[in-house]
Unconditional design. Sequence first.
Lengths: 324, 330
Amino acid sequence: MSTPLLSVRNLTKQFDIGSGFLLRNDAVVHAVDGVSFSIPPGETLGLVGESGSGKSTTGRCILRLVEPTAGEIWFQGRNVSALDARAFRALCRDMQIIFQDPFASLNPRMTVGTIIGEALTIHKLAPSKEAFTDRVVELLETVGLQADHMHRYPHEFSGGQRQRIGIARALAVEPKLIICDEPVSALDVSIQAQVINLLEDLQGKLGLTYLFIAHDLSVVEHISHRVAVMYLGRIVELASARDLYVTPLHPYTEALLSAVPVTDPKARRKRIVLQGEVPSPIHPPSGCHFHTRCPIRQLPLCAREAPPLKETASGHFVACHLRS
Amino acid sequence: MSEPLLEIRDLKTHFATDNGIVRAVDGVDITIRRGETVGVVGESGCGKTVTAMSVLKLIAMPPGRIVDGQILWQGRDLIPLEADELDDIRAKDIAMVFQEPMTSLNPVYTIGEQIAEGLRRHEKLSRRAALERTVEMLRLVQIANAEKRVHDYPHQFSGGMRQRVMIAMALSCSPKLLIADEPTTALDVTIQAQILELLADMKARFGMAVMLITHAMGVVAETAQRVVVMYAGRVIEEAPVDELFANPRHPYTQGLIRSIPHIDRAATTKKRLEAIPGVVPRLIDPAPGCRFAPRCRFAMPACRLATPALRDVGGGHKVACILETGGLPQ
């Protein structure tokens, strides 16, 4: 494997949600709990998990949109978490994000041209007004929109088109890494396919690296080279997309895969229905976080010790006492 | 084949807006028979929710208006009914589960009060009897510790639990038809699996018919017996579920099925997704002819002349496309 573009080591984020008089009862949400992974250049790493698994927080910590509590983020051989604000801002040119909600992530008072060009202005990438316009037009065309769209406002566009605007904004500074935080979850399926194809085309053309965060397993399988599955702030399994879907090892991954409805009515199969819900990340279960819902747990081991993420086959990592 | 329970005939529900009349539902025919599950699929804005809301007249009028059509409930047209007559049908005969389990419960009443309200009103139960029945319903939808939780407020429940409460409320008066509008859309996949299993259980127990509205083809493939596909306010295809997925006839349905990434364990290379180009048309003054024509790769000049009628092409498979039904409708 080539030198990773991005390397996340033992990333931890805790949110204080003190309650009671003057926030004296210290309650802490363990959103991300010791997550490590790396992405080589040009690859797509899918990050899947249910609500509250910490996948979005992981993405945001990488860009320091939320400051990590502990852990290191290395980007192109530099420790991002140690940089001061000025050095970090320069680095931001190489790392961009696309957000989930195409209706909330664009400023309704700015024209599309201003939205896409804002980063050009901030990073002083356009020497003249003409260069600015040319670049915005080029970006619009790259994502399948038209030049005259730059004078319009976000409300004049559909969800799929807004997501294209979000992608154009991310591309403006020629980043190397794009964190895609549920970029297609809010879109209808026919539009979703357009945006997925666009992201794939851009990766081929511009050599982009993606961290693709989503809860839809079939979308993640389609777009990712490798996939990491998160549960309550920890990675429970990490493998190539093919290995993960063909031979899932972690019982949570198995249940998650079997829960996806398939579009073939003849293929009705036995489904592993997990009992109960994801426990609260304020008081995550002891030991393996999944042991409260696990169909194959062995007590007391699983409730006592958190299993480490271990490599079982080449490139296939799993955190389970019984499967590694 | 059993008798029709609900027959929606040529329903047209329009909304007056500042920009013109939105033809949200524009000539929809759907029949639901006793005990069957009918999936209604389509993308945002295709009119599936407005169709469901029109059945119970839950449309805000104005700006909405049911312009034309009939909604026959066991042969009786619901459209001309007065509010109090409709009340007897709502909940008791036809109940509804909404998409947003977060917003469709009243935050200032306990869930027990909300479920009991329907029971006291429709089943004329006493306060005590209604409470007992409510606890029983909550147990049925697998809410642990039901006799205590009945006194809790909606904010004390998670999303999946609230959807269970909604289902308990909808089923409390043993309706003959349950309209479930995107019941699992807001939920995580493992919770979605639980809710779909619960709905299947409840259906087996109560034997009601279900009209399942969703945009997820996978959910329909796994739960429905018959599927109705809607596009831009009209039904464009209808077929038994196996037939629809094995042999989709309308270009839109074909595109919809192909545009979904599916997990293929045998595939060695990933195929590019087949996206449907363009966007769903605006429903203000739609162009004449087939509404899918601007996005259809098979579109011919004839497609833009007149709206194709939904016609049976054999075996209960109906499609509204002149390529499939041959020639122009008269």
